[in-house]
Design a protein around this ligand. Structure first.
Ligand code: SF4
Length: 349
């Protein structure tokens, strides 16, 4: 896959765009001013591999909380601001590594300039984020409603405002809850500007449905080489957002980390409790960081062949199983010791 070339910006110490690895972001669900709860949640998200965190800044107390939060976390912090330019300034003064704000929404040119000036001074980038629900009336009329044209033109207006003030540390998001619209819009903007793109399907929904919708939308774009950082929006614990985001990247070989289990769907040839075996293996292998493909297949007839690309695997049989590496069988083990033996072999790899 040819990744589209974008400008590289720095969000704190994490590069976004250019040839930097694609990052996974999430957003806290705590009140930002509840400093201890916010730190706790960010640390939990760091644990599961979140690269960048964003929190809502709704008042001055939230903005001031950033200083203490930043002292206790290891990943860059983005302040999410709606309209109040004073909160944007306060967030940067208190250490935010990036602002999520739409310059066209914060009022007079002087206010925008004040925000841009402090961002310039502290080298803080700005994410311009247009959502399908927040397009200006003027563009909705011009383009007959919410569509890729009205979303892109809306984003270009915000971009121009920042560029005209001599700043171009920008990343862009153009999210819609409709997958087709999301894909079309990102494709369109990617042909016009070279700023890094933050991908997301907004308000994707509850965990199961939202995961599928996000995987289809974000996965389609990534497979076209579009996208530099991603956020999965799920109604649930943000830990799930990070896990899903990482799995989407892994499935496209954009993140090489941890164990990828390749397992068969089982059929009439399966003679072992494969579903239980896979569930247990998933739990036991979850902390391994080394990139590995592990196959767990139901039968020795097709298993090793079907999972040739796996580094190591097992194929169940009647009361026993085979352990194979790169499609070649090298050990026969009693069924009850199969999983333990597999784990032992993986640790020796
Ligand atoms: Fe059936 Fe064997 Fe294929 Fe699993 S690997 S689905 S048991 S044929």
């Amino acid at each position: 896959m040819n990744r589209r070339k974008t400008k590289k910006i720095m969000v704190g110490n994490v590069p976004v765009g250019g040839d930097s690895p694609i990052t996974v972001q999430s957003m806290t669900t705590t009140l930002t001013k509840d400093i201890q709860s916010t730190i706790k949640q960010i640390k939990e998200l760091e644990e599961v591999g979140c690269h960048i965190i964003r929190s809502a800044v709704t008042d001055l107390e939230d903005a001031k909380a950033i200083e203490e939060i930043k002292k206790n976390i290891n990943i860059p912090f983005i302040a999410d601001i709606q309209y109040d330019y004073k909160l944007a300034i306060a967030a940067v003064e208190n250490g935010a590594d990036c602002l999520r704000i739409n310059p066209g929404n914060i009022g007079s040119e002087n206010k925008v300039r004040e925000v841009i000036n402090i961002c310039k001074e502290r080298k803080v980038p700005i994410r311009i984020g247009v959502n399908s629900g927040s397009i200006k009336k003027e563009y909705l009329e011009k383009y007959n409603g919410v569509n890729a044209n009205s979303m892109v033109e809306s984003a270009l207006e915000h971009i121009k405002l920042v560029e005209d003030m001599g700043y171009n540390e920008i990343k862009i998001s153009l999210k819609a809850s409709n997958v087709f619209l999301t894909i079309e819009t990102y494709e369109k903007i990617s042909q016009i500007v070279d700023y890094p793109l933050h991908l997301g399907v907004t308000e994707a929904g509850p965990i199961w449905r939202g995961t599928i919708k996000s995987a289809v939308g974000i996965g389609s774009l990534l497979s076209m080489g579009i996208g530099d950082t991603i956020r999965i929006s799920l109604t649930g614990n943000p830990i799930e957002e990070v896990k899903v985001g990482r799995e989407i990247l892994k499935s496209l070989d954009l993140l090489q980390e941890g164990v990828e289990i390749i397992s068969c769907p089982t059929c009439g040839r399966t003679k072992i409790d494969l579903i239980k075996l896979v569930e247990e293996a998933e739990k036991k292998l979850k902390d391994i960081k080394k990139p590995l493909k592990v196959a767990i297949m139901g039968c020795p007839v097709n298993g090793p062949g079907e999972a040739k690309e796996a580094d190591i695997g097992i194929a169940g049989g009647q009361g026993e199983g085979l352990i194979f590496k790169k499609g070649k069988v090298f050990k026969k083990i009693d069924e009850e010791f199969l999983l333990d033996e597999l784990i032992k072999e993986i640790k020796n790899l």
